[in-house]
Design a protein around this ligand. Sequence first.
Ligand code: ASP
Length: 306
Amino acid sequence: MLQRQDLLGLIDVSKEEITEILDLAHEFKTRIKAGEKKMGYLTGKTATILFYENSTRTRTSFEQAAKYLGMTTINIEAGTSSVAKGETLVDTGKTLDAQKNDFIIMRHPMGGAPYLLAKTVQASVLNAGDGINEHPTQALLDMLTMRETFGSLQGLKVAILGDIKHSRVAKSNLFGLKTMGAEVRMFAPETLIPKGMDQLGATICSSREEALKDVDVVMGLRIQLERQKAGNFPSLGEYAANYGVNEEHLALAKPNAIVLHPGPVNRGVELTSAVIDHERSRIEDQVLSGVAVRMAALCLLDEARK
Ligand code: ASP
């Protein structure tokens, strides 16, 4: 049983809790695939989707998940709300609480912002990405796609390549995958790997070959130019040539390895188009996993509040 009212990161989520979310998400995904669109387990509940940063997939995915569960959703774009008039996050939270919201789903450019909000409000807070800190539902959807392909996460070898330094996806995956018994390898220019990843359990690889050899999962991450003040590598072309993954590199992985990417993809930078569109790519399947995982998280957080 999920032991929390908020889902802020995977750093402290147990194996049992992750398994419970993935089990329920798998059930929802199967039902969506079978054509079910109304599963009104949370009818009458409300969720406010409060995004201070751009998003396509995550926002629509949370909204779709809430709608499948029969919830009412309210979308707030920080640029058009009182936030633009200088309202603090805590005051925004208090207002949303006074309106008796059950859930606040928040994306924010500052790491830790959802933790502050969660301390302030009665509603359950779901972190939809906080700066370079965590993006828990993204890692859960990645793990769902992996588990559905291979049956278990225990012992899986996962290579994460790309802008690890600025990636909340890399951190949430590292925490979640280690908890579930998988091996996580990382490969990027030294300037794009933050210190301490090895102490958190990642194997830092010194070549693309070392990273990809015999892995089950190849995960590409976007170069986050919007979060980089100084050039961490000479040019995108040089990055692609030395750190990107093409079909030849993919052949180093196990024959049944899958390719994942959280999107949005920089085609031809972290992965070539041939790899993105490869028969082993599960990038589209990740999107449906996302809806299912968010449905499961909403249901289980609601249950935990009772
Ligand atoms: N969509 C993911 C995120 O919001 C990855 C990315 O933006 O590159 O973190």
